[in-house]
Design a protein around this ligand. Structure first.
Ligand SMILES: Cc1ncc(COP(=O)(O)O)c(C=O)c1O
Length: 357
C-alpha cells in the first residue's frame, strides 16, 4: 500500500532508522564487559525484540509479567528479566506458569515478604525463577537503600527456592537530564551507590552474577562501570521528543501520522487526541515541519504552524507529529505501520499494549 493511502491516526515506524538505532546501541556494547538487555516497555513488540536479540542483546527486560507473556506467545525464547516486584497470588501463579517458557526468568525483589511468597509459589513444582535484589540508587522508587539490607535479602534468597542472581539499580532520576555533565554526575553518584551494595555482597561471599541498571541516557556511563554486567536501555529504539534532546545521536524512528480536519489561519485541528497521543512528558511537536501542538482533547489536536513558515496546509493533508513520550503513546495503539522509504513494508502488532498487569 502506498504510504499516502494509510488511515490516520497511525503510528508510522521508519525501519531504516530503527535498524540504525539498534545497530548503534549494539556496537557500543561490542567487546565490552557489560552487555545489553533492552527494555521491552518501549516497543512492546516481539518483532523489535527479535531484531535486538539478533544484534547481540543477551536477553530482554520487561516491566510487567503481561509483557513477558507476549514474548512467550510469540516464541521469543530469550533470557527475561522482569525488572519489577511480582506481588499477589494471581501474578505468582502466572509467573510460575511462565517460567518454563524461557531459558531463564528473573524478577526483582526488595522485601522479605516478596521472597517468602515467591518461595511458597515455587514449592512442589519444577519451575525455576531467579531474582535480583533491587537497590535504590537515588530514584527513590522501589529498592533497598542500605547495603546491609541488600545482603540480608540476598541471604534470604540464597536460602530459598528462588535463585539468587544479583542486583539491579535503575538510575531513572538521571537518564533524562539534558546537560551531559549534570547527567554524568547524577549517574556517577547512582553508580557509587550501586557499587556499595555490590561490595557489601562480595564481602559477604554473595558476589552478584548479574549487576543490571542503566537507561538510554546513561548507557555509556553505567555501561562503562567494570562491576556492571548489563544495561536495560529501552527508549533508544525509537526515541521521542523528550529523549531526542538528551541523546541526539539516536534517530527518531516513530511518528504519529494525523490528518488535518479543519484550518483556521495558523491553527490546524487534526484527528489525533488524548486517545492516541500522550502528553505526560509535554506536547508533541512536528516531526519534520515547523509545527507545535498546543492542546489535545479526546479526539483532536490543536496544532499551530510557525509564524514565518509558509506551509499552506489544507483539510485532508497529513502531518507527522513526534510524540513527546513514546512509551505511553505506543500503549494506546494496536500496531506499527512499518515503512521502508516510501513503501509500507509490514504491520507489526503492539502485542504488549495495555499489558500493565
Ligand atoms: C527499570 C527500568 N530500567 C530501564 C529503563 C529504560 O530506560 P530508558 O527509557 O532511559 O532507556 C526504565 C525506564 O522506564 C526502567 O523503568
Amino acid at each position: 500500500m502506498p504510504l499516502a493511502d494509510i488511515d490516520t491516526p497511525a503510528l508510522l515506524l521508519d525501519r531504516d532508522r530503527l535498524e540504525r538505532n539498534i545497530a548503534r546501541m549494539a556496537s557500543y556494547f561490542e567487546g565490552r564487559p557489560a552487555s545489553l538487555r533492552p527494555h521491552y516497555k518501549t516497543p512492546k513488540c516481539p518483532e523489535v525484540a527479535r531484531l535486538q536479540l539478533e544484534a547481540g542483546a543477551i536477553g530482554i527486560t520487561c516491566a510487567k509479567l503481561g509483557e513477558a507473556e507476549t514474548l512467550a506467545q510469540a516464541g521469543v525464547a530469550a533470557s527475561i528479566l522482569i525488572a519489577n516486584q511480582i506481588v499477589g497470588a494471581p501474578k505468582l501463579r502466572r509467573l510460575v506458569d511462565l517460567a518454563p517458557r524461557f531459558p531463564e526468568l528473573i524478577v526483582a525483589v526488595d522485601h522479605p515478604a516478596q521472597i517468602e511468597a515467591l518461595d511458597a509459589a515455587l514449592a512442589g513444582g519444577s519451575a525455576r525463577v531467579g531474582a535480583l535484589v533491587e537497590c535504590d540508587t537515588g530514584m527513590h522508587r522501589c529498592g533497598s537503600a542500605e547495603p546491609d539490607r541488600t545482603v540480608e535479602l540476598a541471604k534470604q534468597l540464597h536460602a530459598s527456592r528462588v535463585e539468587y542472581r544479583g542486583i539491579m539499580g535503575y538510575e531513572g532520576h538521571a537518564v533524562l537530564i539534558p546537560e551531559a555533565d549534570k547527567r554524568e554526575s547524577a549517574a556517577r553518584d547512582a553508580l557509587a551507590a550501586l557499587e556499595s551494595h555490590y561490595r557489601a555482597l562480595v564481602d559477604s561471599g554473595l558476589e552478584p552474577e548479574i549487576v543490571s541498571g542503566g537507561g538510554t541516557g546513561t548507557h555509556d556511563i553505567t555501561g562503562d562501570a567494570p562491576f556492571v554486567t548489563e544495561i536495560q536501555a529501552g527508549s533508544y529504539v525509537f526515541m521521542d521528543g523528550a529523549y531526542r534532546k538528551v541523546r541526539p545521536e539516536f534517530e527518531c524512528a516513530l511518528v504519529l501520522r494525523t490528518s488535518v480536519l479543519h484550518v483556521r489561519g495558523r491553527l490546524l485541528i487534526t484527528d489525533c487526541g488524548l486517545k492516541s497521543l500522550s502528553q505526560d512528558m509535554g506536547m508533541p511537536e512536528g516531526a519534520e515541519l515547523p509545527l507545535r501542538c498546543v492542546a489535545l482533547s479526546e479526539e483532536h489536536a490543536f496544532v499551530v504552524t510557525d509564524e514565518d513558515a509558509d506551509l499552506d496546509l489544507e483539510v485532508g493533508d497529513r502531518i507527522d507529529l513526534l510524540p513527546s513520550h513514546g512509551d505511553t503513546t505506543i500503549n494506546m495503539h494496536e500496531q506499527y505501520l512499518v515503512r521502508r522509504g516510501d513503501t509500507l513494508e509490514a504491520t507489526w502488532a503492539i502485542a504488549a499494549r495495555g499489558k500493565f498487569r
